[in-house]
Design a protein around this ligand. Structure first.
Ligand SMILES: Nc1nc2c(ncn2[C@@H]2O[C@H](COP(=O)(O)OP(=O)(O)O)[C@@H](O)[C@H]2O)c(=O)[nH]1
Ligand SMILES: [Mg+2]
Length: 292
């Protein structure tokens, strides 16, 4: 009999959820940034062993929403928590112990699924401290950087997954369309290459996708909220937009194993993060347009 189920990676912003998802699936699926709130929509990563299929969900950080996009992010995270068969509560080892998940995420009730406490960034504390934390807090200490503890974590999760047939092909690492990753990788580049606030006002949309050509041709519109931001994204003589495209292209080529031509154009869409129509165009689940 096989086991399979949904595993939610939950925790505060910046604790290493996306890095762990990537370590678990062995592909850079989820974008990683030292800046908080890089993950906007849950990213799904698959890992299939002989008789276990893990469906990992990298959730946006559970925070108090300040505007409509964040409300949508929080709702997406809460939905995934409710659907999960196992919840991993991630917290950095150097800052252990964490606040209770219910308080952190302001949940009305604890998730119905078992919650495992996972201490991330184990490489930032000593080996003695890792052992002590594991024993004292009943936590699994992992490092996405060194890979330490990942096997222990997988065993602990597998033991708690329900008996079920596999929902996905054993070879698949992701479930989301390539278009999703185009946008994510562009956003990752924005976090890396643009100033403090600009990445939050940045998004992208795929306008054209020709998979049968070589290189694969992808035309995207990059969206920002103001003209001044547009100028920054383009950069002097187009240097910045070129660098953003190059970063995303390298990631995409790695993911699909084929050369990619990425054609990027910038547009201004004022206040898109507070606009229900724009948000749903960009794939955010917006349930309450009145709150815009
Ligand atoms: N040293 C160390 N840093 C890590 C590890 N995992 C994540 N980080 C760093 O922590 C920051 C936040 O990581 P990210 O995965 O984006 O966190 P998220 O916001 O919870 O998804 C990034 O700068 C990562 O490089 C780890 O295992 N060791
Ligand atoms: Mg993340």
């Amino acid at each position: 009999m096989t086991r399979s189920g949904n595993v939610a990676l939950a925790g505060a912003p910046n604790v290493g959820k996306s890095s762990l998802l990537n370590a678990l699936v062995g592909q850079h699926l989820a974008i990683v940034s030292p800046k908080a709130q890089a993950t906007r929509l849950p990213v799904v990563g698959l890992r299939t062993e002989a008789d276990v299929q893990f469906v990992f969900h990298d959730l946006p950080g559970l925070l108090e929403p300040a505007y409509l996009m964040q409300a949508s992010m929080r709702q997406a995270a809460l939905d995934e928590l409710a659907r999960a068969d196992v919840v991993l509560h991630l917290h950095p080892a150097p800052d252990a112990p964490p606040p209770a998940l219910v308080e952190l995420a302001k949940l009305e009730a604890p998730p119905r699924a078992p919650v495992l406490r996972v201490y991330t960034k184990g490489d930032l504390v000593s080996a003695a401290r890792r052992t002590q934390l594991a024993e004292r807090d009943g936590a699994i200490v992992i490092s996405s950087t060194t890979g330490e503890g990942i096997d222990v974590l997988l065993d602990a999760v597998a033991a708690r997954l329900p008996e079920a047939t596999f929902a996905f092909d054993a070879e698949d690492v992701g479930t989301q369309p390539l278009r999703f990753f185009v946008v994510e990788y562009l956003r990752e580049a924005a976090f890396e290459l643009l100033g403090d606030e600009l990445p939050y006002a940045f998004t992208a949309q795929v306008e054209e996708f020709r998979e049968t050509t070589s290189p694969v041709y992808i035309r995207v519109t990059l969206y920002v909220e103001r003209e001044t931001q547009k100028a920054i994204v383009i950069g002097r003589a187009g240097a910045t937009i070129k660098a953003i495209g190059a970063h995303a292209r390298a990631r995409l080529e790695e993911l699909i194993g084929a050369p990619v031509y990425l054609d990027c154009w910038v547009k201004v869409l004022p206040r898109w993060r507070r606009n229900a129509a724009a948000l749903s165009l960009f794939g955010f689940p917006v349930t309450d347009p009145e709150s815009a």
